[in-house]
Design a protein around this ligand. Structure first.
Ligand SMILES: [Mg+2]
Length: 112
């Protein structure tokens, strides 16, 4: 599935099951919530925070996948309701980063 198809699938899902898009404000809050859920797992898996149970630790990788997909879903909702073509926007970002940072990271001794 490419990004355009993902945007179409989300739009279809919203029309079929979601009734309508939440407002941009509500979806931005939900996006922040989902990023927080992702960050909570990262703090436990890669940071100093510990998991509350062994089961939670065992399912961390699967939970990270789920949270990334949740983030992507809400981001797509926002793009759809703002008429943003994420494929085009993403290609522009890659181009921008390439022009701006093509030597920056290669020259960064901290990355060696
Ligand atoms: Mg979530």
């Amino acid at each position: 599935m490419d990004i355009k198809e993902a945007q179409q699938r989300v739009d279809l899902w919203i029309k079929q099951y979601g009734v309508k898009y939440f407002s941009e404000l509500t979806n931005t809050v939900i996006l922040t919530e989902e990023v927080g859920e992702f960050a909570k797992i990262i703090a436990r898996k890669y940071g100093e925070q510990s998991f509350k149970t062994k089961e939670k630790e065992a399912s961390a990788t699967q939970d990270l996948e789920e949270e990334m997909a949740d983030i992507f879903f809400v981001l797509i909702c926002l793009a759809n309701q703002m008429n943003i073509d994420l494929n085009t926007a993403f290609l522009k970002t890659i181009e921008k980063k390439t022009i701006r940072d093509k030597d920056r990271h290669i020259m960064n001794k901290k990355l060696l």
